[in-house]
Design a protein around this ligand. Structure first.
Ligand code: ADP
Ligand code: MG
Length: 241
């Protein structure tokens, strides 16, 4: 079953002399159970692609469908509900709310969706345990290390019945072992039937994906199957950083 479908997607930022054509005709389909890594140099359009897939931005041309729903046809309310229920997003900057505890941050999407506070808190506590943060429920973000905050953000992205997980360099602030934990969680959520998109610079992380898509100047220049060895990347054109 197809979860994410981008068809002929263009995105232009700005206009006139400062116009940037960030994406130039992207067509990409991702099925349930599939994790796709997106790699490419800085400025190649990776974050723009993720923002479009998550309904945070709209294409200048082309269509984005999530579980068959064309995002362009959704009003703001419908889009917000879809993002809250079906799409999990891990941003480069974590976007944790400083005035909420770790558990409250994780529970937020469930509560916004109408779940009772107590049940949401219980599920949030369980989700924190899964990212090795058992007992951290009552901590505020500024009482946690960067790596711990990142794991809270992952727990929030994976909680509930999400079908599309979008992660923009989610292991950026993490040591390699915690990074592994995060990738394993992402992988198992996908194995349970979600679709995932992982933006990464690291070939070892891309090796967790079923497919790797290489972006350059807003175009998909190459697609590889699962990477057996990180060294494979060295022989792939278009991925120089
Ligand atoms: P990546 O994530 O691969 O580094 P981005 O998707 O962030 O790339 O950016 C792709 C291109 O679009 C870059 O040239 C960037 O400067 C430009 N861009 C991204 N967002 C905006 C924006 N809001 N306004 C203007 N230009 C933007
Ligand atoms: Mg980016």
């Amino acid at each position: 079953m197809t979860i994410l479908e981008l068809t002929g997607v263009h995105r232009t930022h700005g206009s006139g002399e400062t116009e940037v054509h960030a994406l130039r005709g992207i067509t990409l389909t991702i099925a349930a159970g599939e994790l796709v890594a997106v790699m490419g140099p800085s400025g190649s359009g990776k974050s723009t692609l993720l923002n479009l897939a998550g309904g945070l931005d709209r294409p200048s041309q082309g269509t984005v469908r999530v579980e068959g729903t064309e995002l362009g046809g959704c009003g703001r309310r419908a889009l917000a509900a879809l993002r809250r229920r079906r799409i999990g997003y891990v941003f480069q900057d974590l976007n944790l709310l400083a005035s909420l505890t770790a558990a409250e941050n994780v529970a937020l999407p469930l509560e916004l969706d109408g779940m009772g506070r107590r049940k949401a808190a219980r599920l949030a506590g369980a989700a924190l345990s899964e990212v090795d943060l058992a007992g951290y429920d009552a901590r505020f973000p500024d009482e946690m290390s960067g790596g711990q905050q990142q794991r809270v953000a992952i727990a929030r992205a994976l909680i509930g019945d999400r079908r599309l997980i979008l992660a923009d360099e989610p292991t950026g602030a993490l040591d390699s072992q915690t990074g592994e934990t995060v990738l394993r969680l992402l992988r198992s959520k996908v194995d349970e039937g979600a679709a995932g998109v992982l933006v990464t610079h690291d070939a070892r992380h891309a090796a967790w994906a079923d497919r790797v898509v290489f972006l350059r100047d807003g175009v998909i220049v190459d697609t590889a199957g699962p990477l057996a060895e990180p060294d494979e990347l060295l022989n792939t054109p278009g991925v120089a950083r």
